[in-house]
Write a protein that binds this ligand. Structure first.
Ligand SMILES: [Cu+2]
Length: 148
C-alpha cells in the first residue's frame, strides 16, 4: 500500500510540474489596426520569440471578433509588393520573428463589428508544439515602439 501511494505521489508531482512549465513561445508587442467600417479587413501584428530548443510553427489564429483570420506575408516580386496567405510561420530555436506592416501579418476578415483606436480585441495563436496562446491586443493606428 505504501509503495502504491508513493507511486501516485510521484505521478501527481510530475503532472503539476508539467502544467506549471512555462511556454517556450513568448508573444510581445501585439497590436491591431482599427477597423472603422464593418466587414473591411484589418491587420494584426506581434513578435514571436522561441526560447525553446526546437523549431515551432504558428499554424493558425482565431478570435471571437471574426470567423476568418489568415496568416499573410508580403513579398517583393519584380519590384511589385504582393500579399499572399501562408500555411504557417516557422520560428527556429532562439529566434525572433516580427510580424509587421510590409512583412508577415495577420489579416482579419468579416468582422461583425467595427473597432477603433483604444479598443481591445482577443487573438488566440495556435502553435504546433506550444499549443494555444491567447492575448488581449490593443487597437492602435500606429505601431507601438519596441521596448527592446
Ligand atoms: Cu494580408
Amino acid at each position: 500500500m505504501k509503495k502504491i501511494l508513493s507511486v501516485i505521489l510521484i505521478f501527481v508531482a510530475f503532472q503539476n510540474n508539467a502544467l506549471a512549465e512555462p511556454s517556450d513561445i513568448i508573444i510581445s508587442n501585439e497590436w491591431a489596426r482599427p477597423i472603422l467600417v464593418t466587414g473591411r479587413p484589418g491587420g494584426a501584428y506581434f513578435t514571436v520569440e522561441n526560447k525553446g530548443t526546437e523549431a515551432d510553427r504558428l499554424v493558425s489564429v482565431t478570435s471571437t471578433i471574426s470567423p476568418r483570420l489568415e496568416i499573410h506575408e508580403h513579398t517583393m516580386k519584380d519590384g511589385v509588393m504582393k500579399m499572399s496567405q501562408v500555411d504557417y510561420i516557422e520560428v527556429g530555436p532562439g529566434e525572433n520573428v516580427e510580424l509587421k506592416p510590409g512583412g508577415y501579418h495577420i489579416m482579419i476578415f468579416d468582422t461583425a463589428t467595427q473597432y477603433k483606436e483604444g479598443d481591445q480585441i482577443d487573438l488566440t495563436l495556435h502553435f504546433e508544439k506550444a499549443g494555444a496562446i491567447t492575448k488581449t491586443v490593443n487597437v492602435t493606428s500606429t505601431a507601438p515602439n519596441s521596448k527592446n
